[in-house]
Design a protein around this ligand. Structure first.
Ligand SMILES: Nc1ncnc2c1ncn2[C@@H]1O[C@H](COP(=O)(O)OP(=O)(O)OP(=O)(O)O)[C@@H](O)[C@H]1O
Length: 262
């Protein structure tokens, strides 16, 4: 008697999904008809040469492009299956659920504590003990607590570049997002600080869905589960990271990941 065939592995659930997304700046079409899903609790790396639309795509996901005059999106973006363009969706609440970390760390000129507490205060949390607990938890989750716990009242601007970037990650985590978008979060950092951020990303994906833009191929290969290769506004290819780096389907992907152009 033959055994029944094993059930196929369930496809990962998309936490966010772009469907036929195009983004224009005035007349310029920067992102062209892209359909791409971010599987829940996985890391998706967005790679491709400068100007290919990676950051534009990333910013579309939490409607940060709305803040750029002349930027216009068409198509659909779904968060847990619901359109982020729905007029009932508040952009501030969307950005709480879909947080963002930028290339250049941008701490406020305030104390370490206040940097992390800021978003919580804005959302109405006033209780001091609750604030302190949430700040500590966020700093622990951003792998920064041990380095700053004795100087929470000091200026955030006195931290090293790598610490400032982890502080910005703690600030993004404090408001309990579900998705974290990272735009070249380690490109301004030295190799040791970069390794800490990569290690952190590895830990964070147990709880968050992550998309990261990176120019660093080794970094994409180390941190991500799936990789999407963008070229001149098109999504050329997306697949499991190992496949994209070892056995891409498209010649343009192979040329890019092997460094033939950049
Ligand atoms: N605010 C803007 N106004 C007009 N055009 C823009 C704006 N931002 C980006 N663009 C254009 O859109 C295209 C895509 O840019 P985008 O920054 O998304 O690319 P990228 O792949 O992230 O590049 P990089 O790797 O250099 O950051 C480029 O041609 C760029 O010049």
């Amino acid at each position: 008697m033959s055994l029944p065939a094993p059930a196929p592995a369930a496809a990962p659930v998309p936490k966010m999904e772009a469907r036929h997304l195009s983004v224009r700046y005035g007349e310029k079409l920067a992102v062209k008809d892209i359909s791409l899903a971010l599987p829940e609790r996985q890391v998706t790396a967005l790679i491709g040469p400068s100007g290919c639309g990676k950051s534009t795509f990333l910013r579309a996901l939490n409607r940060m492009n709305d803040l750029i005059p002349g930027a216009r999106a068409e198509g659909e973006i779904l968060l847990d299956g619901a359109s982020v363009f729905d007029r009932h969706i508040d952009a501030v609440e969307l950005r709480r659920r879909v947080g963002m970390v930028f290339q250049k760390s941008n701490p406020f000129p305030k104390s370490i504590f206040e940097n992390v507490a800021y978003g919580l205060r804005v959302s109405g949390l006033k209780d001091r003990a609750a604030l302190a607990e949430r700040v500590e938890r966020s700093l622990v989750n951003a792998a920064l607590w041990d380095e700053v716990k004795d100087r929470l009242g000091e200026s955030a601007l006195g931290l090293s570049g790598g610490q400032q970037q982890r502080l910005c990650i703690a600030r993004a985590l404090a408001v309990e997002p579900e998705v974290v978008l990272m735009d070249e979060p380690a490109s301004a950092l030295d190799p040791i600080a970069t390794a800490k951020i990569e290690d952190l990303i590895h830990h964070l994906k147990a709880r968050y869905t992550i998309a990261i833009v990176t120019h660093n191929m080794q970094q994409a290969a180390r941190v991500s589960d799936q990789t999407a290769f963008f070229y001149m506004g098109d999504l050329v290819e997306v697949g499991p990271t190992e496949q994209i780096f070892t056995n891409p389907r498209e010649q343009r992907t192979e040329d890019y990941v092997t460094g033939k152009f950049g």
